[in-house]
Every structure is written in C-alpha cells, then in structure tokens.
Design a protein around this ligand. Structure first.
Ligand code: PLP
Length: 368
C-alpha cells in the first residue's frame, strides 16, 4: 500500500523524512530563544515538584479545565486586551476550530493565497464558501468583496500578519479599512509576529485592536514559535469565544492541553513583557538588519532564499547541513510550484559571525 505514491514522491524530489536537529539552528521558529529559557525550565520543575498533574485528563468541558488554563486565559485577556481568550493545544487546532465553527452556510471566506495549511483545511471543512485572492493584493480583495459581498450572510477575511514562508507583512491597516467598508470580519493569524512585533510582542494587529477592540477582529497567537512553548490562543469578543466553547468541535472533543503547557505560556508572555523580552527583540532586530544587508529580503526574521527547482534546494541544503548549518529545503506543496527555497529563520540566539560565515559559504556554493 502507498508504494506507488511514495515512489512518485521520491522521483519528484518531494519525499520527506524526519531528521533530528543538527548543527546551528537556522530553521526552527524559536525566534527569541525562549524554548530553552532557564527561568521557564526552573518554573516547570517547580510546578511539577509542587504536585502539578501531568495530564489534564479530560476535555475542558469535562474536568480538564484547570487553574492553569483559567489563569493563562485571564492573563492573556489583560495582555492582548481581548474580551475573552481560548487556549488550544496547538495553533493548527485553533485555526481549524475557528474556520470550522464561525463561518456558516451562506457565509463567504476570502483568504490570501499564501495562507497557512491550518486555515485552508479549516475552510475546506467549513460550510462557508472560500475565495482565494492573490497574495497581499488589495484590489483583488476589494473586487471579491464587491462581487460576492451582497449575497453573503457574513464575510470573513483570513490573513497572516507576517507570512510564514516569505516573511513579508500583510497590509493590515488597509485590509481592516476594507473590512469596515464592506462590513466584514478579519481573522488575523499572528503566528510569526507574536512575541516579536507590537507593544511587548502583542502582535502586528495591536494598533488596530488598541483603537477598535475585537468587535471586527479575531487574532490567533500561536505559542510554539517566539513564545517557545506550544499551543494557540484565540483572542476575540466575549460572544465569539463563548460560541466557540459551546460549539467548536476541536475544542469540545479533545483533551485539554497539559496544564504545564498553559503555565509556561503564561510565564513566557510575562518574560516577553519584561526587559529580558526587550533585549531579545532588540538582538533579533539587529540580526535581521544584518541578514537583510547580506541577503536582501523583507528585513524580518523569516528570510526566503528562493532557488526554484526542488533538486537545487535539496542539493544546496544538504551541502549547508554538511557544513554544520541546520537549514532545510522547503518544497511544494508548502510553497508554490517553482519556488522551492531555503527558509532562513533568524533567532536572537544567533551569533552575527556565524550568520556571516553562513552567507559566505552559501555564496560560494549557490551556483555549483
Ligand atoms: C501561520 C501559521 N499558523 C498556524 C500554525 C500552526 O501552529 P502550531 O505549530 O502551533 O500548530 C503555523 C505553524 O506552522 C503557522 O506558520
């Protein structure tokens, strides 16, 4: 079974296998080095020594709701100024819950062509109709709004605030203006912005939220990237979250996240709001600046090095790995056909000298 499909993947250079971390991390999403923060480790040990249970042992509605979850959601409400927040085991699960629960039959979802797979899968399973617009194309979005807006019960627009494979920003403020004009709701995936951008890492939607709140906006803050732990926090109006608690199947029919996970996310958000967080962001931004001067790109912590062919991306990534740089080839379907690439992921833990060595070695082999 599957032999033919696996052979096909191999012949197309699309076969993946699991590789353990090796060498210098230029791949993970641990942008602020929080996943090995000594205070978080100590906090975890202390919590367990004080008798914290490992598993939540039930779904949130059936005894799996603990003080750890309650405390994190309360903290996140204050932090992100949301009316209510809901914590999931992963960002994927949270996105899937949003898109399978909130948009209904007769609704439409307009989504950016480069939106994450978790949104795509959610909207494929939703009863609403989805329409894709070309990446960051405001004119195309407005055309869709004009064309389909009148017939829709509710219009939802789905974007990432910074795109996971290209590291470029969404024009959030312009998109939000269109939402107001066409009475649409905006769902913003802040996966790669949380912890880094906005006041104390509150995300790129922060300015919009500060002004208008969550009446028209829902945000997703994933917790396994710059926050360094795991999970996804949905911030929204009270009614939206109450509705999800009552009807979102991925929330209702799944065991609650580990209490320890919730405790550590709260602690990490606290650290990221302190001078320690500022120091990490400052260091990351200086690395981004240097990387942009060496390699171009958008100046963010996600720097795509587009190589085109899968074979080339694989060949160059293997050479870099053999030299001790842990960078992986990203191929379709994760990125569009013909745009296979190396995704250079920058972290505040990265030494500038190592970055320069990487670029110099990459330049020496990129045409071989
Ligand atoms: C834009 C975006 N949204 C959602 C997710 C899913 O988050 P998680 O890894 O917490 O499941 C990811 C992670 O890859 C992502 O890049």
């Amino acid at each position: 079974m599957f032999q033919k499909k696996l052979s096909q993947l191999k012949s197309q250079d699309r076969f993946r296998s699991l590789i353990l971390p090796m060498g210098i991390d230029l791949t993970s999403n641990d942008y602020l080095g929080m996943s090995n923060h000594p205070q978080l480790k100590k906090f975890a040990i202390d919590a367990l020594e004080k008798g914290l249970d490992i598993g939540a042992a039930g779904s949130r509605l059936l005894r799996g709701h603990t003080n750890a979850h309650k405390s994190l959601e309360y903290f996140a409400n204050q932090h992100f100024k949301s009316e209510k927040t809901l914590y999931f085991s992963s960002g994927f699960q949270a996105n899937y819950a949003i898109f399978t629960t909130l948009p209904e039959r007769k609704d439409i979802i307009l989504y950016d062509a480069l939106i994450h797979a978790s949104v795509r899968d959610g909207l494929l399973a939703s009863n609403a109709k989805g329409f894709k617009f070309p990446h960051n194309d405001l004119n195309a979005l407005e055309s869709l709004l004009k064309h389909h807006g009148n017939n829709a019960r509710t219009i939802w627009i789905a974007v990432e605030s910074i795109y996971s494979m290209d590291g470029d920003y969404a024009p959030l403020s312009d998109i939000y203006d269109l939402c107001k004009k066409f009475d649409a709701y905006l769902i913003i995936d802040e996966a790669h912005a949380t912890g880094i951008f906005g006041n104390n890492g509150k995300g790129l939607a922060w300015d919009l939220i500060k002004k208008d709140g969550y009446d028209r906006i829902i945000t997703l803050h994933t917790c396994g990237k710059a926050i360094g732990v795991a999970g996804g926090l949905i911030c929204a109006s009270k009614n939206t979250i109450d509705y999800m608690i009552n009807t979102a199947r991925p929330f209702i029919y799944s065991t609650a996240p580990l209490p320890l996970q919730a405790i550590l996310v709260e602690k990490s958000l606290e650290i990221l709001s302190s001078p320690d967080g500022d120091k990490r962001r400052k260091k990351l931004f200086s690395i981004c600046k240097e990387a942009k001067s060496l390699l171009g790109g958008n100046g963010t912590h996600i720097l795509p090095i587009i190589l085109g062919e899968d074979k080339k991306a694989l060949r160059i990534s293997t050479k870099l790995q053999n030299q001790g740089f842990d960078i992986r080839a990203i191929r379709p379907p994760t990125v569009p056909e013909g745009s296979s690439r190396l995704r250079l992921s920058l972290s505040s833990n990265l030494d500038l000298k190592i970055l320069r060595n990487f670029v110099s070695y990459f330049n020496s082999i990129k045409n071989n």
